[in-house]
Write a protein that binds this ligand. Structure first.
Ligand code: NAD
Length: 507
C-alpha cells in the first residue's frame, strides 16, 4: 500500500508524538469499538467512503452501525435516537456521526442536541487550519488555530419563556464548574497539540455576571498554566482580529453562542463549513462529525466531498490513540487537495470534478505521501482534565430585596404610583422600575421606548432580615391583586458582593 514518495523526506506533514512507530505498533493496537451513525442525505455515502479509507490505513476499529435521524423520527421516536443506539454509544464511548435531519412535524428537539445533552458533550472542538490547494482570500497566511466552544450551557440551554404576549426571554446560564471544565480542556488541548497561547473571548464588559464568571474562571485556570501565554479578548474585538489577523490565534476558548458564531466565521477563513471537521467531547463519550449538514440537494448522487468527515475521522483516530492511522490519512488527504487533480465539484479547480468514491480513491493512492507546502504539527494524547477548583464552598448570603417583573400597558409613573400604594407599610420600598434594562421610575424617562414588561425592584427596609423570604410571598400577593406578574428574582449578596446588576441609570 505504501509507495516511495519524492516528498516523503520533506519537512511538511503532520506527525503524532510517539516513539518511532513501526508496523508492529499497529499489530499491537487494541481494537476499539466505534459507533457509526451514517445519518441522513449525503451522510451514508460519505460514511462509506470514510470508513473504507480509515480501514485501508490500518485502523483497529470495530464499526457498529446504528440508526439516528430522519427515519427514526418518522418511526415515531421523538428524540430521533433509539434506545439501542444510546446503549451502543454509552458502551463504545466513541462515535463517528453523519449529519442528522429533524423532519418538519417530527419532534421539537434535534437528535444532535439530544446526543450532546444526554452524554454531556461539554466541549466542541473546531480545528481551523488552512488546507493545501484550497484557495481563499487568506491563502498563504498560515492560519492554524483551534476554537474550543463550551457546548451545553449559555443561551443554548434553551430555557425560554414568553414573558408577555409581546416579550420573549431566554435565560443565559453560565456555571463556575462548566466554565472551569472548558477552560481546563482548552489548556489540555494546547498541551496535546504543542500550542503556546490560549485566549478567552467574552462580553464581560456588558454581561458582567454571566460572561464575567466565564472570564474570571478562565483567568483562575490560566494562573494554574503559566507555561502558556494566555489572555482575554472582548468577543467583538476577537471577531475583528480574526478577520484581520487570523494567524495570531492559537487556541481560543469561549462561551457557547460566541463560539457558535466565531467558529463558523473561522471556518469561512479556510474554505468554508463544507470542509470543517469537529469533535464534541465529554468525559465518557466523544462524537466526531463534519460541520456541514445532509446536503439534500446532492444526496444519493455520489458527488459530496468527504473532506470534512474524513478530517473528523482523523480527529477520532487521534482521540482513540491510533495516531499513525490519523497521520497517514491526514497527510494523504492534504496531498490529494494540493495535487488538485481529483477533487469534488465544490472545490474542483482546473480539472474536471470527480465523485466521492474517486476522491476517496485518490486519498488511498496518496497513502505515504504528504503535502509539499505544510507546516509540521505534532500531536500527543489529549487527556480530559479534572475540575480542580469546582463550585465555591460556604458563602455568606444576604437577601436584600426582590425584582418582580410585571406586565403593564400604561406608563411608568402610573405603574410606580400604583405599586407604591400597594406596598404601603409592607416593609419593602420600591427602589426603581426599569424597562428593557433602563431605569424609568422614579425620575425622567427620557427617550426610552417602553414595552409591556417592567422590572420593579423592591428593597427590604426592616431590621429583621430573617423573614424576607416569607415577606416576598406577601409582597407578591399585594402586587398580584392589581397587576399581572410573571417572574421574580431575589436580590442576593454573596460574601458581601451583589449577585445582581444595576439597571442603566440606577445608582
Ligand atoms: P448543508 O450543509 O447540508 O448544505 C449547504 C450547502 O452546502 C448545500 O448546497 C450542499 O450541497 C453543500 N454541501 C454540504 N455538505 C457538502 C459536502 N460534503 N460536499 C459538497 N457540498 C456540500 O446545510 P442545510 O441545507 O442548511 O442543511 C440540510 C440539513 O442538514 C437540514 O436538515 C439541517 O438541519 C441538517 N444539518 C445537520 C447538521 C448535523 O447533523 N450536525 C448540521 C447542519 C445541518
Amino acid at each position: 500500500m505504501y509507495r516511495s514518495d519524492p516528498y516523503a523526506s520533506s519537512p511538511g506533514g503532520v506527525r503524532s508524538m510517539r516513539t518511532d512507530p513501526t508496523s508492529m505498533d499497529r499489530a499491537n493496537q487494541v481494537t476499539r469499538s466505534v459507533v457509526v451513525l451514517p445519518g441522513d442525505g449525503v451522510g451514508p455515502e460519505l460514511m462509506q467512503a470514510v470508513m473504507c479509507v480509515i480501514d485501508e490505513a490500518g485502523a483497529s476499529v470495530d464499526w457498529q452501525i446504528c440508526d439516528a435521524g430522519a427515519t427514526v423520527f418518522r418511526d415515531g421516536i421523538a428524540s430521533g435516537v433509539p434506545d439501542e443506539t444510546l446503549d451502543a454509544v454509552e458502551s463504545a464511548g466513541v462515535v463517528l456521526k453523519g449529519p442528522l435531519e429533524t423532519p418538519v412535524g417530527y419532534g421539537e428537539k434535534s437528535a444532535n442536541v439530544t446526543l450532546r445533552k444526554l452524554f454531556e458533550l461539554y466541549a466542541n472542538i473546531r480545528p481551523i487550519r488552512a488546507l493545501p490547494g484550497i484557495a481563499t482570500p487568506y491563502s498563504g497566511r498560515d492560519i492554524d488555530f483551534v476554537v474550543v466552544r463550551e457546548n451545553v450551557e449559555d443561551l443554548y440551554a434553551g430555557i425560554e419563556h414568553m414573558q408577555t404576549p409581546d416579550v420573549a426571554q431566554c435565560l443565559k446560564l453560565i456555571s463556575r464548574k462548566g466554565s472551569e471544565k472548558i477552560a481546563r480542556l482548552a489548556f489540555a488541548l494546547a498541551r496535546a497539540e504543542d500550542r503556546h497561547k490560549v485566549e478567552c473571548a467574552t462580553k464581560a464588559n456588558i454581561l458582567k455576571l454571566t460572561e464575567g464568571l466565564f472570564k474570571s474562571t478562565f483567568e483562575s485556570v490560566a494562573a494554574d498554566h503559566t507555561q502558556f501565554e494566555s489572555g482575554h479578548l472582548m468577543v467583538d474585538t476577537c471577531a475583528h482580529k480574526m478577520v484581520v489577523a487570523p494567524e495570531d490565534f492559537d487556541v481560543l476558548v469561549t462561551t457557547n453562542m460566541n463560539g457558535d458564531i466565531l467558529s463558523n466565521l473561522a471556518a469561512g477563513l479556510v474554505g468554508g463549513l463544507g470542509l470543517a471537521p469537529s469533535a464534541n467531547l465529554g468525559r465518557d463519550v466523544a462524537i466526531f462529525e463534519a460541520v456541514h449538514g445532509s446536503a439534500p440537494d446532492i444526496a444519493g448522487q455520489g458527488l459530496a466531498n468527504p473532506t470534512a468527515l474524513l478530517l473528523s475521522a482523523v480527529l477520532m483516530m487521534r482521540h482513540i490513540g491510533q495516531h499513525e492511522v490519523a497521520d497517514v490519512v491526514e497527510n494523504a488527504l492534504y496531498r490529494t487537495l494540493e495535487d488538485g487533480t481529483h477533487l469534488t465539484a465544490d472545490i474542483a479547480r482546473d480539472a474536471d470534478p470527480v465523485g466521492t468514491d474517486v476522491f476517496a480513491g485518490a486519498v488511498l493512492d496518496n497513502f505515504g505521501r504528504s503535502a509539499r507546502q505544510l507546516e509540521n504539527r505534532t500531536y500527543s494524547p489529549l487527556r480530559m482534565p479534572d475540575v480542580v477548583h469546582g463550585p465555591l464552598g460556604e458563602v455568606s448570603r444576604d437577601l436584600t430585596g426582590v425584582d418582580v417583573f410585571v406586565e403593564w400597558k400604561g406608563n411608568a409613573d402610573a405603574l410606580g404610583q400604583s405599586l407604591e400604594t400597594a406596598i404601603f407599610a409592607s416593609g419593602f420600598r420600591l427602589s426603581m422600575i426599569s424597562n428593557r434594562g433602563t431605569k424609568v421610575y422614579p425620575g425622567r424617562i427620557g427617550y426610552t421606548e417602553t414595552v409591556n414588561h417592567w422590572r420593579c425592584r423592591f428593597a427590604w427596609t426592616e431590621r429583621d432580615w430573617s423573614c424576607v423570604d416569607a415577606e416576598i410571598l406577601g409582597l407578591l400577593n399585594r402586587i398580584g391583586e392589581i397587576h399581572r406578574w410573571m417572574h421574580v428574582e431575589k436580590l442576593q449578596h454573596f460574601d458581601g458582593t451583589p449577585g445582581f446588576t444595576l439597571a442603566q441609570g440606577e445608582t
